[in-house]
Design a protein around this ligand. Structure first.
Ligand code: CP
Length: 307
């Protein structure tokens, strides 16, 4: 039997297909109202060293809705980091204050390091351009809810595939379920070579293209749009070269196919026109709201309140 109790959740690469299925199925029970009160007496710390709206607030809402207590750092300038305290000492200290720690940090590997220092489980809420596993859980949940399955789908991922941690985690997950992946990006923002090599080694079907018109011939089930990650560009001129390169409008949806689902981890800047929001294809706000039952499920499993 799969057990999450006491486990840190750092990367999708640490997980199996059965693990992912377990989180999605548990989130479904939570969303249906069949599980409640499973964080009674549990305390969760949210340590955000990078900005967030959805991830931090949905984790906090998830704790309240499940009967637990939550506290944390939303602004690192208001923590003792601004007095020179090391990240390691902050983690060692806070691990004694909570049952599970949720961490977002701009440095790749920070969550892994925290999990090695902490006496309590650590959940990675995004580490640099590396991984965002809990976003992937809610993405998988949303795909299953919308299309009824997680396998044998054609999924396009578009935008900043180089720096976008959501698409890195999601690729790792979808590769476990026999899907075909179409990566749509400017050449300078391609999916990292090490991820493509792993797909090659595992015989996962994928294509890399830069022309959105080309995606119209791919019969996609899902288009997963991402923001160009301005904050991760060392050179602002490089950002300006690719900013606004793709924009999804109602016409684009009609070109891609009337049944296509459009997802986005959000926040968006201008890559999806607001006119798309009212189309039945747009499921990105449902996706964001699914962060609540998914994170409730995960916290319940990690703390042992759920099995
Ligand atoms: N999707 C996501 O991680 O959003 P936030 O940056 O607002 O948390």
């Amino acid at each position: 039997m799969i057990s999450f109790r006491g486990r840190s959740i750092v990367s999708i690469r640490d997980m199996s297909q059965d693990d992912l299925t377990k989180v999605v199925e548990t989130a479904d029970l939570v969303k249906r109202g069949e599980l409640s009160g499973f964080l009674n007496g549990k305390t969760v710390a949210t340590l955000f060293f990078e900005p967030s709206t959805r991830t931090r607030l949905s984790f906090e809402s998830a704790v309240f809705k499940s009967g637990g207590s939550v506290f944390g750092i939303a602004n690192p300038k208001a923590s003792s980091q601004s007095k020179g305290e090391s990240f390691a000492d902050s983690i060692r200290t806070v691990s004694g204050y909570c049952d599970v720690m949720v961490i977002r940090h701009p440095v790749e590997g920070a969550a892994r390091m925290a999990s090695e220092l902490s006496g309590t489980p650590v959940v990675n809420a995004g580490d640099g351009a590396n991984q965002h596993p809990t976003q992937t859980f809610l993405d998988l949940f949303t795909i299953k809810e919308s299309l009824g399955r997680l396998d044998n789908l054609k999924i396009g991922m578009m935008g900043d595939l180089k720096y976008g941690r959501t698409v890195h985690s999601l690729t790792d997950a979808l590769a476990m379920f026999n899907n075909e992946l179409i990566f749509i990006s400017p050449p300078s923002l391609k999916m990292p070579e090490h991820i493509l090599k792993e797909l090659d080694d595992a015989n996962i079907r994928y294509r890399t293209i830069s022309d959105l018109e080309e995606a119209g011939k791919c019969d996609l089930d899902i288009l997963y749009v991402t923001r160009i990650q301005k904050e991760r560009f060392g050179d602002p001129q490089e950002y300006e070269k690719v900013a606004g390169v793709y924009r999804i409008t109602q016409d684009t949806i009609n070109m891609l196919g009337k049944d296509i689902r459009v997802m986005h981890p959000l926040p968006r800047v201008d890559e999806i026109a607001e006119e798309v929001d009212s189309m039945p294809n747009a499921i990105y706000f449902t996706q964001a709201h699914n962060g609540i039952p998914t994170r409730q499920a995960l916290l319940g499993l990690v703390t042992g309140g759920l099995n």
